[in-house]
Ligand binder design. Structure first.
Ligand SMILES: N=CN[C@@H](CCC(=O)O)C(=O)O
Ligand SMILES: [Mn+2]
Ligand SMILES: [Mn+2]
Length: 316
């Protein structure tokens, strides 16, 4: 990974007609100065969560790989894209890195932006949530919505492991535990769960926690209308929404560069439709895209699909 070169570079089409801007030409690299409504990107460069969860390390290189595929995408309606840089997790200092991510997310939310975090493994989510929780706690002193927080996880895994310390396999158990402690109403919905990637014990724990879930076998294109209707019902009941996308929800042929590839998986078109539906709800506060492992990618396929998702989520 060459971090000495600016990652934001690409083809310059200025000699062509019309608006030829690409993201690398409008990006501003700073972690303050954002105005309300502007898109903000943050990286969480971390292997510790996947390593603790006995997975294949490499997610640390994820933010760099995704940014490099975003750089050349056409800007279309973007006026600006803020790149607030990376939080880097050194060795096993995971809890400190997650707390640092939380502070950055809270500050981007306080500025009225809708941040997107590029992981990192799914331990990224415990950091993202900390930032959202700080923001919602401040806002609650003004005019609180009593409607529950909705977490939409697009993932082959529940990530509800109850062992500690935390890892890439525990974030939603940590979040639900924190919500119980703070009496925060929350709904956890996981779309894309694979029966062959979660033990009976994890299913039982998910049920005990009231998890709403849809399996990969019910997330194929012929099921899309029904799943969108299910999602709409969840969105209608929610006050604020956190969208978290684990790239291992996609078929291994589409996203080979992950720690735990999915033999069946959910087609990209279904995932994009669900993600855009969440965005269109107007309730989306923060998102992350996690679990890319560039070491196992093939011709940047996984980084490219992650860049497309990022573009779709950040676009005005
Ligand atoms: N974030 C990943 N979670 C999965 C990983 C499974 C695996 O490595 O095989 C989990 O803990 O179940
Ligand atoms: Mn996950
Ligand atoms: Mn997963």
């Amino acid at each position: 990974m060459d971090t000495t070169q600016n990652i934001w570079q690409g083809r310059n089409d200025a000699a062509e007609q019309g608006d030829t801007r690409r993201l690398f030409q409008i990006v501003r690299q700073a972690n303050n100065g954002f105005a309300a409504g502007e898109p903000v990107l943050l990286g969480f460069a971390c292997d510790a969560g996947v390593r603790r969860n006995k997975g294949r390390p490499g997610a640390r290189k994820g933010p760099h790989a995704i940014r490099s595929m975003m750089a050349g995408l056409p800007a279309h309606d973007f006026d600006v894209l803020w790149d607030a840089g990376d939080i880097v997790c050194e060795d096993d200092a995971l809890e400190q890195a997650q707390a640092a991510l939380g502070r950055q997310v809270a500050s981007a939310l306080a500025a009225g932006t809708r941040p997107l975090i590029l992981g990192g493994g799914h331990e990224t989510a415990w950091g993202t949530y900390q930032g959202l929780a700080q923001h919602l706690a401040v806002r609650a002193t003004d005019n609180a919505s009593s409607k529950p927080l909705l977490i939409v996880n697009l993932d082959a895994h529940f990530d509800l492991r109850s062992s500690r310390p935390g890892s890439s396999g525990t974030p939603f158990d940590q979040i639900l535990e924190a919500c119980r402690q703070n009496a925060t109403p929350v709904t956890y919905a996981c779309f894309g769960v694979s029966k062959l990637s979660n033990t009976a014990g994890l299913y039982a724990h998910a049920q005990e926690l009231g998890t709403v879930f849809y399996e990969d076998t019910d997330m194929q294109p012929q099921h899309l209308e029904n799943r969108l209707a299910d999602l709409d019902k969840l969105l209608a009941l929610a006050g604020d929404v956190y969208l978290t996308i684990d790239l291992d929800v996609l078929p291994a042929s589409v996203a080979p560069g992950v720690s735990a590839p999915a033999p069946l998986g959910v087609p990209y078109s279904v995932i994009e439709s669900l993600a855009l539906r969440v965005k269109q709800s107007g309730k989306l506060r923060v998102s992350d895209i996690v679990e890319i492992n560039p070491d196992f990618d093939i011709d940047n396929h996984t980084a490219r699909i992650a860049a497309r998702l990022a573009w779709q989520l950040l676009a005005p």
